[in-house]
Design a binder for this molecule. Sequence first.
Ligand SMILES: [Zn+2]
Length: 273
Amino acid sequence: MNNPIVDFHAHAFPDAIAGRAISQLEHGGGVKAFLDGTIVSLLGSMDAAGIRTSVVCSIATKPEQFDPMLKWSKEIASPRIVPLLSVHPKGADPVGQVRRVAEAGLQGIKLHPYYQDFDLDDASVFPLYKAIEELGLFLVCHTGFDFAFPRQRRADPVRILRVLDRVPGLRLITSHMGAWDDWDEVEKHLIGKPVTMDISLSLELLGRERAREMVLSHPADRILFGSDSPWSSQSETLRLFRSLGLGPELEDKILGKNAEMFLAPFSTSIRVP
Ligand SMILES: [Zn+2]
């Protein structure tokens, strides 16, 4: 049997708001979703692609979204769906919210500097990073530019290094091969360093040769498969990834084994809501 495949970067929404969320995001970013944004359609896509588990990243655009997101995340958590809570750094008590995520038995946090209006290395965000580190959670953070926002540097490789320099124990997963559409800087500052990255929404833009070169030049246990579904197709991302021709050992690590290093405690510590 093949090793289980983990998609470390996917999105879904509660059924009641999925339709609205998808159409708003499609308009905001000028993109088209491949799925309707519900958990059911994500599971269908996972079945079709042969993906065992998806990490579902929520993004709190307002601090008051935390409570409903926590409730929903506890409902959808399963061995197949690993929900990441989003804490708004500008809310009243982000550190307390991180604590509540850990208490709920959830494993990680998702932050998005553009939607949440902060720079990755803002001094005000460090207590949040410290809390994530101390509670043993991991952090998936959007890094690089975002197609829905002006090209303003908020989460670029230099800022990533500043964060890791100050909080070296932070289990940070950067997105989109280090920093979306900022890959010259990624090559300059991140490739070859102990910085974990997912490959979502990068292969189609980088092209086979450059993507392959970057992956092969990076530590083998620091790269995670991710699709950014529904903003790309999971099976197409998988096909593109396999077309890099990395060899079975490295492919296995990126598709699932590396993710298990983060998710291993999940299956044993998850509590029934
Ligand atoms: Zn995403």
